[in-house]
Design a protein around this ligand. Structure first.
Ligand code: VG1
Ligand code: CO
Length: 544
């Protein structure tokens, strides 16, 4: 007999979800009632889970299993009908999104702090997704946050070990727990969308690839799909074993943190194609031999070539990108004669556009690309998209990029991150720039003249909701831009993100180092924002 308890609790300050769920230091999540308070507040914020079916999984980081047990015990105590959980409580974020949709579940909990480091000294996180499979909207998250401020009791089944290591169906009180293989349904979906014969033919022809799973959740997915189903040689997947601390790494697929892969790809004898994915499997980095594909360009190339891929043969309904993402995809959309939406940062803003059939592809400059096949960004999906395009078109990644720029022009792009900056200094910097917005248009910085300057606000065309304060943007004559915003996923002080973009139409200048090509934009950002003086930093911590 399962015993349920009602335990009094007190609200804990600061449980405000950010860009993607609630992220805190692991030790904070492990603190007294911290996780329990937040989970109870999710239930309370969404009107309870009585009779509902939920999906549950996580990226395998430290505290994943223990937290999954707590979620199950709290779902049972609040009357949930069923929880579908990945074996060992593992599910990548896109696989969880797919499972919610496929099973018609009412929502899901994803235990992940995504690209943030894990382990006892790292970060932990909890995301809540709605019945459409996507991150809950701002208004739902606001109700959950409100619930954290008044939570007074916790409902939980008494402590016990719920075995999640075998594919079984269990019960906890009246609640059913169905344990599923995390990979099977996701792999089947990929097989529906992509030409697996063409991709396996590519591998048979001797095409060499390296996929860096960064010791995070995509290891098992990549091994099954790339090596077992598509026949890529064993060893194609590196760092494929998920580890609770990601092997002491930072599971963020970019040139800085996927250094081992990067070095291999930048050598003359490197593989033909490289890719990496993040902690929870929703991000991707694409890189060819000596050819880095910026995420913004990746989105544009995918959009331009989408009809080569079976799942997208009928064309795109529209595309969407987050505001700081480069405008490379806008040019493709214009050529295709389809709509291009500009949304605030964070995948939750794409949900309505995807649900309403207004956009087929979405992307963010932060290594996120996805489509209407799920309601999250999807790392392996993007990798398979590139493989499918290369298999059909032939040629190298570098050639594909060159051909794309020759057709559309190149949007040089770079993001500079200043991490763990003093929060007051970071807010001061934003205020300083905000104060100049009205007077910037018409001013010149070197050869650049400001045309527009504003603080981005988004009016959702589907539900009419308005989201304000979504980043400061300064537009220059000729299409260059600087965007500044503060991160909503960091857990140390503030992280300042400065996004730079410049449009190049001269083919003789398509192969510059982006930092060089953007030098005048970067200098203008420094002059306007006083970044060095205000952050006390000489250079960004991470450049992508
Ligand atoms: C960052 C990225 C944003 C992304 C978010 C979640 O947010 O900039 O584009 O959607 O992370 O990605 P922020 O607020 O720190 O800039 V994931 O893969 O970490 O869930
Ligand atoms: Co992620």
């Amino acid at each position: 007999m399962t015993t349920f308890r009602t335990i009094p609790t007190e609200p804990i300050e600061g449980q405000k979800p950010g860009t993607s769920g609630l992220r805190k230091k692991t030790a904070v999540f492990q603190g007294h009632h911290y996780l329990e308070n937040f989970i109870q507040s999710i239930w309370n914020g969404i009107g309870g889970v009585q009779g509902k079916t939920l999906v549950l999984g996580g990226d395998g980081r430290h505290f994943n299993s223990q937290a999954a047990q707590v979620v199950l015990r709290m779902a049972a105590a609040s009357g949930a009908k069923k929880v579908i959980v990945g074996k060992r409580a593992l599910l990548s974020t896109p696989a969880a999104s797919h499972l919610i949709r496929k099973r018609g579940a009412d929502g899901g909990i994803i235990l992940s702090a995504s690209h943030n480091p894990g382990g006892p000294n790292g970060d932990f996180g909890v995301k809540f997704n709605s019945a459409n499979g996507g991150p809950a909207s701002e208004s739902v998250m606001a109700r959950i946050f409100d619930a954290t401020k008044v939570v007074s009791e916790l409902h939980i089944a008494e402590s016990q070990d719920i075995g999640l290591r075998t594919l079984d169906t269990l019960t906890l009180g009246d609640m059913e727990i169905e344990i599923v293989d995390p990979v099977t349904d996701y792999a089947a979906l990929m097989q529906e969308l992509f030409d697996f014969d063409a991709i396996s033919g590519l591998f048979k022809s001797g095409f060499r690839m390296r996929f860096d799973a960064m010791h995070a959740v995509t290891g098992p997915y990549a091994r099954t799909i790339l090596e077992e189903i598509l026949g890529a040689p064993p060893g194609t997947v590196m760092n494929g074993l998920p580890l609770p601390d990601f092997g002491e790494g930072h599971p963020d697929p970019n040139p800085t943190w996927a250094k081992q892969l990067w070095d291999e790809m930048m050598s003359d004898s490197g593989p033909d194609f490289g890719a990496a994915s993040d902690g929870d499997g929703d991000r991707n980095m694409i890189v060819g031999r000596k050819a880095y594909v910026s995420p913004s360009d990746s989105l544009a190339v995918i959009a331009a070539n989408a009809t080569l891929v079976p799942g997208y043969r009928d064309g795109l309904k529209g595309v969407a990108r987050s505001m700081p993402t480069s405008q490379a995809v806008d040019r493709v959309a214009a050529r295709l004669g389809i709509d291009c939406y500009e949304t605030p940062t964070g995948w939750k803003f794409f949900g309505n556009l995807l649900d309403a059939g207004r956009a087929t592809l979405c992307g963010e400059e932060s290594f996120g690309t996805g489509s209407d096949h799920v309601r999250e960004k999807d790392g392996l999906w993007a990798v398979l998209f590139w493989l499918n395009i290369l298999a059909v078109k032939g040629g190298s990644v570098a050639e594909l990029l060159d051909a794309h720029w020759a057709e559309y022009g190149r949007n040089y792009y770079s993001r500079h991150d200043y991490e763990a900056v003093d929060a007051a200094a970071a807010n001061g910097l934003m205020d300083h720039v905000r104060g100049q917005l009205a007077s910037l248009p018409g001013q010149s910085f070197g050869a650049l003249t400001v045309e527009t300057a504003d603080e981005f606000a988004y009016d959702d065309p589907v539900d009419g909701s308005r989201s304000e304060g979504q980043g400061l943007r300064i537009g220059f004559a000729g299409g260059g831009r600087v965007v500044l915003r503060l991160s909503g996923t960091g857990t140390d002080g503030a992280t300042l993100r400065v996004y730079h973009e410049k449009v190049e139409e001269d083919a003789a200048r398509f192969n510059l180092d982006p930092q060089e090509a953007l030098a005048d934009i970067i200098a203008a950002a420094e002059t306007i924002a006083g970044i060095k003086a205000r952050t006390g930093r000489d250079a960004p911590d991470v450049i992508t």
